[in-house]
Structure formats: structure tokens, C-alpha cells
Design a protein around this ligand. Sequence first.
Ligand SMILES: [Zn+2]
Length: 253
Amino acid sequence: MSIHKTEALVLKTSPFRSSSLIVTFFTPHFGKVRGVVKGVHREGEIRQAGFEPFTHAEYIFYEKKRSDLHLISEASILDSHHALRDRLEGIAYASYFCELVDEMTEIQDPHPRIFDLLKESFRFLAVIPPPRLATIFVAQLLREMGWLPYLESCLECDAKPLEDGFFSIRHGALLCKNCRSKDTAAKPVGAATLAVLRSYSRDALADCLRASHSVSVETQISVLITTFLNYRLGKPLKTRKFLDSILPKSAPR
Ligand SMILES: [Zn+2]
């Protein structure tokens, strides 16, 4: 059994036996880790504070060689993210980010940039309009997982540079106007939208958030990214359904 000390963000927890918790957290260098925290009562115990979802803390865990369910011994909180817990919307978006990371990553497959993306996104959730942050979060998560379409040239004829084109959800790629017939369901993407999509797939989160774009470009990107994500996941996420249920019908997603 090896002992590790690591910072991590808690993705989710569930009760385990009478007084324990199963915690899934995301670390910079071990990726997603699952472990049992023993002796945590559901009510009123101080020890549970370090294991609430969204908590950023330093943990010690004992890695079991024959199981992917390790033993977590203690937490030293770095940021409990109180600010994003103040509003239902903050909790709903943070839960959505956590479920996305949980669904898209494998156990103990390291993705340090996804850890940074999640950590920064929790920080920005308290100060940036969440729908816009969510679109960029999803685009960058898709990029880090290698799922984001290649946006520089036409999939079919390799034409480049493309100023505009057609986004094929099915092929996960761009098509030029001459090759659009390869996927008649491909969505037209104008030059402004394509430029922003490219920046979301290339630039740092803070730089993407600093730039401002027209509402129509933001909306088009949000629809494209969400449609593509749902296609790749192949199922709706519980947290996305909840988010949609609490947002007014006319609100941006
Ligand atoms: Zn083409």
C-alpha cells in the first residue's frame, strides 16, 4: 500500500455503510480517485467538512494495489468554495462541471489541465455569468479529452484556411461548402463564430472569458457545443436536466 499526499477537488460523495463516505475526487497527477473515508457521520461531524462536493483540499490517501477504492485518511482544506454555494445556480453549475469531469475521465488517468480548468471554473463561477463560463468549460474539457473537432481545415478535402464552414456533429469535424453534402445535417458556422470557437479550443480560460462577443455568436457556440457534447456522451446528464429545470425558459444556457 503506498501513501500519497495530493491536492484535489471533490467531485461527489455517497454514504457508505453506517458511518463512512465514498468520495470521488479529481487530482492533478493521479486524475480521478475514489476512496473511502471512515468514521464520518452524516450529521454534525467536523471531519465531513473536507469532503463536501467542490471542496479544494489537500488529502492523504492510501493506495490499494488490488482495488480502485482507496482509503482516504485526512483533508486539509485549501478552499471550501463558500461563494459558489450561496446560490442555487452556483451549486447547479458546479455540480454540472463535476458530473462532466466524472463522466468523461477514467479512474487514475492524469489530466493536470482538467484539474486546473475545474479549479479556475469554481473560482470564476462566483463572478462570471455561469452560462458563458459553462460553454467555455465544455469546449476546453472536450479539447483536453481530445474530443473537440479539428477546426482548421475541411475534413473531406483538407481545404484551409477555412473562414467559415459547416460543423458536422456526426463526424466531429468541419466541412467546407463544397463538401457539405457529406453530412447534410452539418450546421453552418459563420466566420465570427468559427473564430471564437477556435479561440475557445486554443486559449487559456481567463483569456476566453476576457474577450467579449455578440449574443448571437455566444448563443450559436453554446448550441453547437452542447449538441456535440450530448452526441458524444450519448446520454443526458442528471445535473444538466436539473440545471435546465431551474433556469427560466428564455435564459441563456
Ligand atoms: Zn471540403
